[in-house]
Design a protein around this ligand. Structure first.
Ligand code: DCP
Ligand code: MG
Length: 391
């Protein structure tokens, strides 16, 4: 199954104005805009409950089936009460809630709904940045002069989405992306949460650091050891200490802890990568079979690249072994990939750098990133040579 990854949203806010003088211009940088973040509630599952009324009010799990080795893509809020979450194995989900209904995803339907909500957003501002099928930032500063006007607009958009799609969306209103995104999650489902600019710093201070973008389990544990649990704890650390501890991410944490984020809403942000991966019903051990699977993933990626008239400079192979340890191996070229054959050649080199086969393999994935137009007009016309007849 093809997937397109969510674009990395880790803008190091220092971009704006670190070069000279004081690194972050504070409220003047992020406090003068009105940003709304929308995120559909239990998106895939809500669509299934809408289209199949017999699922309404029930724990519904969208994803792989429990007797296979699939994972949960998402689940209805009824299912979340049992502790079921995205990315959990379907088998575990079935154990947590034996009564749950499992359904396979219907991506075409989700894409159609996504286009509908996008069309609604775009009636209110040209500055719409879709982050995934169900999530977007809107910069409404032009149409909404203050936070009250922005909130009224967000409410109106929520209503329009419900009328058009019969689905609920949660909204967060704030003066920058970082705060708006966290706000949309505060009151889910059917949420509506506003952070006025004068509360930005206090709000950011109250957050557990795990809420900050880019702080996963590992960084959170490192911070906790240092006594940094909330945004307020983070704020007490000087910039140079944070940079010393966390590298360039330290700049971002320094700003985020103050509720500041200078990133602009970028309309129609291009995709960052194209990938395809599969989890196997039975672990693969045979080298030939593994190579065949890598080839199939590569074909799928090439098909997507061709259809979007794209190429890319970096190829990444992901391998998850039977014991769930996961590795990636990448190669970056100084030119865009010239075609499927080159991609396959690189992947074969990358595969040799893994222990696939020597260790049983549970999942294989291929991703191309550093996306760009294919190298020359000739290549653009051919896109991925060698693809003919493989779709
Ligand atoms: N998704 C997925 N695999 C994941 C996470 C999400 O396939 N690991 C898909 C299914 C979701 C959709 O993306 O429906 C949107 O992801 P969200 O994180 O916004 O989750 P939901 O919309 O399902 O729930 P929430 O109400 O928490 O936003
Ligand atoms: Mg969602």
């Amino acid at each position: 199954m093809g997937f397109v990854s969510k674009p990395a949203d880790f803008g190091l806010g220092g971009r704006r104005g670190f070069a000279g003088g004081f690194p972050f211009s504070g409220a003047a940088d992020g406090g003068d805009r009105r940003i709304v973040h929308f995120d559909m509630d239990a998106f895939f599952a809500a669509v299934e409950q809408r289209d199949f009324p017999e699922y309404a009010g029930k724990p519904v799990i969208v994803g792989g089936l429990p007797d296979k080795r699939g994972v949960v893509a998402t689940c209805s809020y009824e299912a979340r009460r049992y502790g079921i979450r995205s990315a959990m194995s379907s088998a575990r989900a079935a154990r947590l809630c034996p009564a749950a209904v499992f359904v396979r995803p219907r991506f075409e339907v989700y894409r159609r709904v996504s286009a509908q909500i996008r069309a609604i957003f775009e009636q209110y501002t040209g500055l719409v940045e879709m982050l995934s099928l169900d999530e977007a930032y809107l910069d409404v500063s032009e149409t909404a002069a203050d936070i009250r006007a922005a909130s009224a607009l967000a409410r109106e958009i929520k209503r329009r989405v419900l009328e058009t799609t019969r689905l609920t969306v949660s909204a967060g209103v704030a003066c920058n992306k970082f705060l708006a995104k966290i706000a949309s999650d505060m009151d889910k489902p059917d949420g509506f949460y506003v952070v006025p600019a004068r509360h930005s710093e206090q709000f950011a201070g109250s957050l557990p650091v795990g809420k900050f973008h880019g702080i996963g389990k590992v960084t959170r544990a490192k911070m906790e050891k240092l006594g940094i649990v909330t945004g307020a704890d983070l704020r007490r650390r000087p910039l140079d200490e944070l940079v010393g501890l966390f590298g360039s991410a330290g700049y971002y944490y320094y700003q985020a802890a103050r509720g500041v984020d200078g990133r602009a809403v970028v309309a129609g942000r291009p995709r960052k990568s194209v990938g395809s991966e599969t989890t196997f019903e039975n672990d693969l051990r045979d080298a030939g079979e593994i190579a065949g699977e890598v080839r199939r993933r590569a074909l799928e990626v090439a098909r997507i690249l061709t259809s979007r008239k794209l190429s890319g400079r970096t190829v990444t192979l992901k391998v998850k072994y039977a014991d769930f340890t996961q590795i990636t191996r990448s190669r970056t070229l100084d030119h865009p990939l010239t075609g499927l054959n080159e991609m396959l050649r690189l992947l074969s080199g990358l595969l040799q750098k893994t222990e696939a086969g020597a260790r049983p393999v549970r999942l294989l994935g291929v991703t191309v990133s550093g996306l760009c137009a294919p190298g020359t007009p000739r290549q653009a016309a051919l896109a991925f040579p060698g693809m003919a007849g493989t779709a």
